[in-house]
Design a protein around this ligand. Structure first.
Ligand code: GAR
Length: 207
């Protein structure tokens, strides 16, 4: 089983999807959940399933470098094979990101490369998109810019607001995140030397 450390900042519904997938037989073991916010509801999801839940508050640190250095130490104590960002709402230093090259995933609520950063659902509405979605990608130093592993598309409906659109996207996130993690856990997925994701020995086509 692949040992996984999950980083969260909030509700942790993607964490829950991974916990559920593990229970359903995905060959992973979530060994720790770390939040930068003490009040993240996702921490209770971890505790409820007997997963160590740790808090490392960014407020206790003077800068990003010292926070990320401690975060790295905390993560590496668990010696994970994969780090998953599951609604972890922090920009990461290049040192941190490079340390986990090829073994850190993020899920982002847009069809990347569209709408990097925050407020993706409102921005998709404002841009009159007819389609929106979510992306799982390897994390690189470029914010929300790493190689894309898997995307899910949803329609944007005329009556949508940011909340209804977010809910439709989130449902898809809960499907594609465990799927991508499963490929990695089964040894089918790697980040190639060429910077592209490789699945089953073949470079993946750009989405
Ligand atoms: C998810 O929609 C995730 O894609 C997004 O935050 C939400 C977390 O929900 N992540 C980002 O915006 C990363 N920049 P969750 O806590 O219920 O999994």
């Amino acid at each position: 089983r692949l040992s996984v450390v999950a980083l969260i900042s909030g509700g942790g519904s993607n964490l829950q999807a991974l916990i559920d997938a593990q229970a359903a037989g995905l060959p992973i073991r979530i060994v720790a959940v770390i939040s930068n916010r003490a009040d993240a509801p996702g921490l209770d999801r971890a505790r409820h399933h007997g997963i160590p839940a740790e808090i490392l508050s960014h407020r206790d640190y003077p800068d990003r470098e010292t926070y990320d250095a401690d975060l790295q130490r905390l993560i590496d104590r668990h010696d994970p094979g994969l780090v998953v960002l599951a609604g972890f709402m922090r920009i990461l230093t290049p040192e941190f990101v490079n340390h986990y090259r090829g073994r850190m995933f993020n899920i982002h609520p847009s069809l990347l490369p569209k709408f990097r950063g925050l407020h993706t659902h409102q921005r998709a509405l404002d841009a009159d998109e007819t389609e929106h979605g979510a992306s799982v990608h390897f994390v690189t130093a470029e914010l929300d810019g790493g190689p894309i592993i898997l995307q899910a598309r949803v329609p944007v409906l005329p009556e949508d607001d940011a909340a209804t659109l977010a809910a439709r996207v989130l449902e898809q996130e809960h499907r594609i995140y465990p799927a991508a993690v499963g490929w990695f856990a089964e040894g089918r997925l790697k980040l190639g030397e060429d910077g592209r994701p490789w699945l089953d020995g073949e470079p993946m086509p750009e989405p």
